[in-house]
Design a binder for this molecule. Structure first.
Ligand SMILES: Nc1ncnc2c1ncn2[C@@H]1O[C@H](COP(=O)(O)OP(=O)(O)OP(=O)(O)O)[C@@H](O)[C@H]1O
Length: 127
């Protein structure tokens, strides 16, 4: 009997942690225009992959890029929130933190774009 309760509460905690994470994704989607743009581009890439009938390897690359992009955008949003919570005043360190986080997203976005173009052109010309 005693051993059942902690087990249940572990599952409840596990379920709740998913719920909190999902809430973070939904609220970021609602508030961040860049996240909405990334989701839209991901949907376009998904449809492109279906139309061109991507191979398993190509799908794995696309999913990795989409997942990485969204995860980075979520981390960038988290950093923005923390900075805004710490100070509402202009501070060089606040700027440095926000700009570095935005830079990380930009680096990944540029790489994703280049890899996406390579994937599509390689697929079209190889088949
Ligand atoms: N508290 C702050 N102190 C100094 N610079 C800041 C501060 N908050 C934002 N900035 C800088 O001002 C510029 C514009 O920031 P802005 O607040 O418009 O966008 P963001 O918060 O970085 O992102 P988003 O537009 O997604 O909210 C960026 O270079 C950012 O680093």
């Amino acid at each position: 009997m005693d051993s059942k309760e902690p087990k249940n509460s572990e599952w409840v905690r596990f379920y709740k942690s998913f719920q909190y994470a999902w809430n973070g994704i939904v609220s970021t989607f609602k508030s961040e225009r860049n996240f909405q743009i990334h989701v839209s581009i991901s949907i376009i890439m998904f449809i492109t992959g279906m139309v061109l009938r991507f191979s398993i390897i190509e799908w794995m690359i696309v999913l990795f890029l989409i997942g990485g992009m969204m995860a980075l955008e979520l981390i960038n949003t988290a950093i923005e929130h923390v900075v805004d919570m710490i100070t509402s005043e202009m501070h060089p360190l606040a700027k440095a933190a926000k700009d570095a986080a935005a830079g990380a997203v930009l680096v990944y976005a540029i790489l994703s774009f280049i890899i996406g173009i390579i994937l599509i052109t390689n697929h079209l010309f190889a088949s």
